[in-house]
Design a protein around this ligand. Structure first.
Ligand code: HSE
Length: 407
């Protein structure tokens, strides 16, 4: 019997215990033995829980127990989680975690410790919830040059934007629903501010480049300000709105953004709705590959962690190419993107004449004008926006949204 300890008994930690119970028969069939939870570490009490007798509050007990060979870190965050994960690896135990904050920041260091100790650090659930994504990066795509990693990596934001787009739900109401459904992080700023997606992109780009991509270097913009008007004008121009991660491996560095993007209607990403995630990868020789599935939620995420427990139970070290050398993140102001600009003005047709662009107006919003730019850098966009100020009747730039263009 393989004995595991679960650190943190929140949504994912308790989900791991549940999936282990539900899938025990399948696990025994696959690996020839069962997996038993010996300890659950949490500061809270869980009276009447089936694992109540396993509850402890001292990590030292787990660290010293040689029978525990696998530790599930489901505490979250980067402080205690880092300390416990590192100590578990140093004491010769494998660590399985859904914690993207921990992996994005300390992945290279913890992987090096796991390698030295001949154990495993596995993190399938850290990106894309239940979607097998880390394994393909570390396996089928390993020998290819991954050129782009783009897509939808935050279930909460995708759920919110889908509700706003399809049902006209307000932003606040949709966020509340996502929280009630258990998709959102404890502090939803990480979801709606695109920080969660940014960390997941950093993990995938680190695996793609084999170098440390620091998430703090990635330009990140949230979806909090997206409004009904944005969806109305987007649809008229042939787009929908999604929170997108956009990573491109270039000769001189990496381009990376996590932000709201206009996705052309008809592109596979435009059809990914609700809590689902989708990642579109372009490999030099593989071409386009798309990964799609449940990006958040208790059981899909826990299933991915349990699949890692089974990987670790086999006992062989699984190596990852991810060094601590830093990848160069190219400055976002140089990225070339098409954009949709929406402004408020008294006379949209005057704007059309001055800028020589096809301006879209809408009967329901007579004071707004919007247009699609050519591919241009942020600096070029800034110059164009500056020119608007001298036009009579111009009031304000309401929104500038980048267009997602895939390979
Ligand atoms: N809050 C995250 C999301 C959970 O909504 O995608 C899964 O990482």
């Amino acid at each position: 019997m393989i004995q595991v300890a679960i650190l943190g008994y929140g949504v994912v930690g308790s989900g791991v215990a549940e999936v282990l119970r539900l899938n025990q028969g399948q696990i025994v069939k696959k690996i020839g033995q069962g997996v038993e939870v010996k300890y659950v570490l949490d500061l809270r009490d869980f009276p009447d829980d089936p694992l109540e007798s396993c509850m402890i509050k001292d990590f030292g007990v787990i660290e010293k127990d040689k029978d525990v060979t696998i530790v599930v870190e489901a505490i979250g965050g980067e402080t205690i989680a880092y300390d416990f994960a590192k100590r578990a690896l140093l004491s010769g135990k494998s660590v399985c975690t859904p914690n993207k904050a921990l992996i994005a920041r300390h992945g290279a260091e913890l992987l090096a410790i796991a390698k030295e100790k001949g154990v495993n650090l596995l993190f399938e659930a850290s990106v894309g919830g239940g979607i097998p994504l880390i394994r393909p990066f570390n396996d089928a795509l390993l020998t290819d040059e991954v050129e782009t990693v783009t897509g939808i990596l935050n279930g909460t934001s995708n759920y919110i934007l889908t509700q706003m787009s399809m049902n006209g739900t307000s932003y606040a109401e949709a966020l509340k629903d996502a929280q009630n459904l258990g998709y959102a992080e404890q502090d939803p700023t990480a979801d709606v501010g695109s920080f969660d997606a940014c960390r997941k992109l950093a993990i995938l780009l680190s695996l793609a480049t084999g170098k440390q991509v620091d998430y703090e270097d990635i330009q990140t913009e949230g979806i909090e300000k997206i409004s009904t008007e944005d969806f109305v004008f987007a649809k008229e121009l042939g787009f929908t709105l999604k929170q997108v991660v956009d990573g491109r491996v270039c000769e001189n560095g990496v381009e990376a953004l996590a932000a709201p993007f206009l996705v052309p209607l008809g592109h596979p990403l435009s059809t990914i709705n609700d809590v689902f995630n989708g990642v579109w990868v372009h490999g030099k020789t593989t071409g386009n590959v798309m990964f799609y599935g449940s990006g958040a939620g208790k059981l899909p995420t826990a299933s991915a962690v349990v699949s890692n427990i089974v990987d670790a139970a086999y006992g062989q070290h699984i190596s990852h190419v991810w060094s601590a050398d830093k990848a160069k993140i190219l400055p976002a102001e140089n990225y070339i993107k098409r954009k949709v600009i929406r402004i408020s003005c008294e006379n949209p047709s005057a704007i059309a004449n001055v800028l020589n662009v096809n301006v879209l107006t809408h009967d329901a919003y007579p004071n707004y004008a919007a247009w699609l730019t050519q591919p241009e850098s942020e600096a070029e966009t800034a110059i164009a926006l500056d020119r608007l100020k001298s036009i009579e009747g111009f009031k304000a730039v309401e929104r500038v949204l980048r267009v997602y263009d895939s390979e």
